[in-house]
Design a protein around this ligand. Sequence first.
Ligand SMILES: NC(=O)c1ccc[n+]([C@@H]2O[C@H](COP(=O)([O-])OP(=O)(O)OC[C@H]3O[C@@H](n4cnc5c(N)ncnc54)[C@H](O)[C@@H]3O)[C@@H](O)[C@H]2O)c1
Length: 271
Amino acid sequence: MGTLEGKVAVVTGAASGIGLATARRLHSEGATIVAVDIAEAGTLKVADELEGIPVPADVSSPAAWELIARTARGLGGVDIVHLNAGVTTGREDIADLGDDEYRRIMAVNIDGVVFGARAMVPELILRGGGAMVATSSLAGLIAFPGDPIYTLTKHAVVGLVRSLAPRLKEQHITVNAVCPSLVDTPLINGEIRDLIIDSGFPLIGPEAVAEAVYHCVIGEETGKAIVVQAGLEPTAYRFARPPGPRQEGSEGKIPPGWLGDRGEPSPATPA
Ligand SMILES: NC(=O)c1ccc[n+]([C@@H]2O[C@H](COP(=O)([O-])OP(=O)(O)OC[C@H]3O[C@@H](n4cnc5c(N)ncnc54)[C@H](O)[C@@H]3O)[C@@H](O)[C@H]2O)c1
């Protein structure tokens, strides 16, 4: 018996790379996979391989999420959601960024996660709880001058996950982000891949990211950004708390941690 026997998992970007590896990993534990991807042939292929349900769809469309929710309900409900589909601009120079290119990355990397969470949270609640994992990136935690707009979207995913977590915890739903460094998938191809390999920087196999997703799914931690690096165990990133105001007055009215640290001076506090 796998650990996910009887569970239903929605995986976006399931036709390739990290999503494909995660769909396979969750299926290996017995989960039924709802495979979502804009690439129709690839979606049908993975669903066929894993005896799951294909949903060829664009994650940036709210209507697609209605279809995904209906499909999952037909299987009894949703227990696991991996919001993973994503794209890059590949542009370093913001002056070269086209309007359509900008709208597309915001649509896939941000709308796809927001609309996905909005549609899936009520489904998870109907099941009495579950796990949601979003694929951010190391670029969600650090400055990545190679693609500033990609970096913007991945920071947004981390902020969303951390901010959703406290409320969802009350509904027995965990929500975490995985933040991989460079992963050997079709997202990194051609010259860039050659450059990375030549530089000796280790690429991560998509299976290692899938393993980190699986651990988020079976674990109880929530609101974490899990860094995935070659040769390291997946590690929750430790955020420093920014300094809060030193003026007394509103304690007890604003939840702790909302507006910065009022306790011990954080390392970011100027001396
Ligand atoms: N490869 C890396 O180095 C790396 C590192 C960190 C994070 N990530 C993130 O991992 C996620 C998966 O990327 P990957 O590396 O597996 O790339 P990939 O290109 O192999 O897979 C991405 C999949 O998303 C699908 N997709 C794209 N737009 C979509 C849309 N609008 N609706 C539905 N599906 C759509 C694609 O068809 C593709 O199958 C992305 O969010 C990416 O930003 C990748």
